[in-house]
Design a protein around this ligand. Structure first.
Ligand code: FE2
Length: 379
C-alpha cells in the first residue's frame, strides 16, 4: 500500500490571511461554448457576463457559479485591440484552454500584495481599485508557475454580483446543479526539478506549510512515477499540491501534460460534494467522462478500508475510489481531460473526515491514466 509523509514541523504562519478561493479564471478559445459545456454537463449556473454588449470591446467573460465555486471563462474577441486581449489569445494558442488565474479572497489586497512582493513574488498587477454603483473591489496579482497567476481580491466594500463591469444574467437555459460545493484543492504540474522551488515559494512568500509529501516510490507504476508535495494555508481552506515528473521506464503523465500544455500549469481542480454517488451519477448522465479502475480494485477494498456508509456495489458501478487516513475516509473520482489536449481534468471528492488526498488510490488511478495515455500514443 502506498504511504505518505505527514509533515509535523512548520506550523502555519500565513503571510496574509486568505478567506478562500475567490474564483478560477480560464482563458479559452470560445467562452460562449465553454460556458455552455460547464452549464449543461457540470450544472454550473451562468450568473454574470462582461463583453462588447457591456462596453468591453476586446474580450468576453462568462461568470458561472455552483455552491461557492466561481468559474470565469474568458476569450479574446479582438486581440488587435489591446494587450489584454492579445495576451488571452496568445495564452490559448500556446496552452489550449487552461487556467490563467487562481484568485484568492483576501481582506486587504494592498497589504497582501505588498507582503508577497516583499518576499519575492513577481508582480503582474499592482493594487487597482474598480468601482461601480455597488461599491469597490481592490485587486492585485502576482505570478506563480508557468503563466499562471494568483489574483488577490478584496471585496469587503462591494455589494454587487461579482465585480464592476459584470452584468447579471438571467438564463432561460438552466440545467440544475449537480451538488458541487467548493474547491477542495488545485493541483499544479511543474517541470522536473522545480517542485521544491514552488514548495519554497508557497512556504516563503505565502507562509504555507507542507501538509503532505509523496515521493516517487509512493506514486509509481510499472512505467512511470511522479513526486508531489501539498502546500496548505493556516485555515486549510487553500491546498495546492505541486507535482513534478520522476524518472520511469516511459513518459510520465506529468511529462505528457507539460508537453501538451507547453509548460507548467494547473493539472486538476478537486470539487467537493456532500453526496458523491448522486453527483457522479448525474455527471455521467450528462456526458462527463470518468477514468475507470478494474473491478479487482473493489474486491480488495473491504480489507483496506473497513466499514463505510456507502454501498460498495454502487461505488463500484460508478468507479468511485475510496481511501482512509487516521481522521476518516474519502471518496473520489477523476474525469478524463475536458479538452482535446490531455491537460486539465477534474476530481470530484467527498470527505468523510479524511484530510488526505487518496494516496492509497494512486496506483490504481495512475494505471488508469496510463491506459488512456497509451491510447493517445503518449506513453
Ligand atoms: Fe486531487
Amino acid at each position: 500500500m502506498a504511504t505518505s509523509t505527514l509533515e509535523q514541523s512548520a506550523p502555519a504562519g500565513d503571510t496574509f490571511p486568505i478567506n478562500g478561493t475567490d474564483y478560477i479564471e480560464f482563458y479559452v478559445g470560445n467562452a460562449k461554448q465553454a460556458s455552455y459545456f460547464y452549464r449543461s454537463a457540470f450544472g454550473f449556473q451562468l450568473v454574470g457576463y462582461r463583453g462588447p454588449e457591456t462596453g468591453v470591446r476586446d474580450r468576453a467573460s462568462y461568470l458561472l457559479q455552483q455552491g461557492k465555486i466561481r468559474f470565469v471563462f474568458t476569450t479574446a474577441i479582438r486581440p488587435d485591440l489591446s494587450e489584454d486581449a492579445e495576451r488571452i489569445a496568445t495564452h490559448v494558442h500556446e496552452h489550449g484552454d487552461g487556467v490563467r488565474d487562481i484568485a484568492l479572497w483576501v481582506d486587504d489586497a494592498r497589504d497582501a500584495f505588498e507582503k508577497a512582493v516583499e518576499r519575492g513574488a513577481e508582480p503582474v498587477q499592482s493594487p487597482t481599485v474598480f468601482h461601480d454603483d455597488d461599491g469597490e473591489i481592490v485587486q492585485a496579482a502576482f505570478k506563480i508557475y508557468g503563466e499562471t497567476i494568483h489574483s488577490l481580491v478584496e471585496r469587503k466594500n462591494y455589494r454587487g454580483l461579482f465585480m464592476p463591469g459584470y452584468v447579471a444574467v438571467k438564463q432561460h437555459y438552466a440545467p440544475p446543479g449537480v451538488g458541487l460545493k467548493y474547491v477542495d484543492h488545485c493541483v499544479g504540474n511543474v517541470e522536473l526539478g522545480k517542485m521544491n522551488h514552488w514548495v519554497e515559494f508557497y512556504a516563503h512568500v505565502m507562509g504555507f506549510r507542507n501538509l503532505l509529501t509523496f515521493d516517487d516510490k509512493t506514486i509509481s507504476t510499472e512505467y512511470s512515477s511522479l513526486m508531489s508535495k501539498v502546500m496548505a494555508n493556516g485555515n486549510d481552506r487553500i491546498k495546492f499540491p505541486i507535482n513534478e515528473p520522476a524518472k520511469g521506464k516511459r513518459k510520465s503523465q506529468i511529462d505528457e501534460y507539460l508537453d501538451f500544455y507547453k509548460g507548467p500549469g494547473v493539472q486538476h481542480m478537486a470539487l467537493a460534494t456532500d453526496d458523491i454517488i448522486k453527483t457522479v451519477t448525474t455527471l455521467k448522465d450528462r456526458g462527463v467522462e470518468f477514468l475507470s479502475v478494474p473491478t479487482a480494485y473493489y474486491d480488495e477494498l473491504q480489507g483496506r478500508i473497513g466499514k463505510i456508509d456507502e454501498p460498495v456495489d454502487e461505488l463500484a458501478k460508478l468507479g468511485i475510489l475510496i481511501d482512509r487516513d487516521p481522521d476518516g475516509y474519502l471518496l473520489q473520482i477523476f474525469t478524463k481531460p475536458v479538452e482535446d489536449r490531455p491537460t486539465v481534468f477534474y476530481e470530484i471528492i467527498q470527505r468523510k473526515g479524511a484530510k488526505s488526498f487518496g494516496a492509497g488510490n494512486f496506483k490504481a488511478l495512475f494505471e488508469a491514466i496510463e491506459r488512456e495515455q497509451g491510447l493517445r500514443g503518449n506513453l
